[in-house]
Design a protein around this ligand. Structure first.
Ligand code: CDP
Ligand code: CDP
Length: 229
């Protein structure tokens, strides 16, 4: 069976990564969280006081940044590493969410990350989620899904997720962050968040996570059959 590329894009906290991770797991595909890569770069910028507006500082930082994914046998999923350190938990925190859209709008940052993402997906058999996967990273992906959900639902889901990880954040702060990132991600010049022409829209308002996964798996099966004809 020839493998395909599955691109899942959309706004923050719609369920992209939870769905992508599980779909990849069930298909035996590789899961790549492109947002985690931008978050890891942002964490480096924060920790090293890199000024995003200074091209020299940005270039030097990008030379020193190595983002990778390491499979954790115990949990059955990959975790994000920055220069050899496990940063999986740290990159999900609000202080990173509040800076990530600024950092990911820098052309040099995007160039480096997109190059790495294309390398990770060149053998296909990959599910990648993000903002520009179907529109820019893999414009020829066999399956493109674009997810959305209402702001209130997204904010509540994100709040629960953060709480489960030990961070209590009030809903207005989360909503403000999601709105701001949606705007910055959609309006940036380089690889903005747009709906690819051939993307299939999926609203997750009234779906459970399992239903989302089943839906994407169904779409993937149809595309795989077509791809193997
Ligand atoms: O999990 P959440 O949806 O909140 O965000 P994420 O997928 O971890 O992505 C964090 C940020 O990285 C986004 O708000 C974008 O600024 C950036 N990003 C991007 O520019 N391009 C991608 N392909 C993925 C993420
Ligand atoms: O990747 P993205 O930011 O789009 O969203 P996520 O991190 O996958 O999902 C945000 C939270 O919503 C996670 O805790 C999911 O388990 C939860 N969730 C969901 O994705 N779909 C539902 N139908 C219900 C909850």
């Amino acid at each position: 069976m020839k493998k395909i590329v599955i691109a899942i894009d959309g706004f923050s906290a719609c369920g992209k990564s939870s769905t992508a991770k599980e779909v990849a797991n069930r298909l035996g595909y590789k899961y790549i969280d492109s947002g985690a890569m931008y978050r890891a770069v942002t964490l480096y910028f924060i920790n090293n006081y890199v000024n995003p507006a200074n091209p020299k500082e940005v270039s030097k930082a990008m030379e020193n940044i190595d983002v990778s994914f390491v499979f954790n046998e115990r949990i059955g999923f990959s975790e994000t590493y920055l220069n050899g350190l496990n940063v999986e938990k740290e990159i999900r925190k609000m202080h990173v969410s509040q800076r990530v859209s600024e950092v990911s709008a820098i052309p040099e940052v995007r160039k480096c990350m997109v190059h790495q993402q294309r390398k990770l997906g060149r053998k296909k058999g990959v599910v990648m989620d993000g903002r520009d996967i179907g529109s820019n990273v893999f414009p020829n992906a066999e399956l493109k899904v674009f997810m959305n959900a209402d702001m209130e639902i997204r904010a509540e889901r994100r709040q629960k997720e953060l709480l489960a990880k030990g961070e209590l954040v009030d809903l207005p702060t989360i909503e403000e962050n999601l709105k701001q990132r949606d705007k910055m991600d959609s309006e940036r010049k380089e690889n903005p968040l747009i709906i690819a022409e051939d993307a299939i829209m999926l609203s997750t308002n009234f779906l459970t996570l399992e239903e989302q996964v089943e839906h994407v798996l169904q779409l993937a099966t149809e595309k795989m059959i077509k791809h193997n004809e």
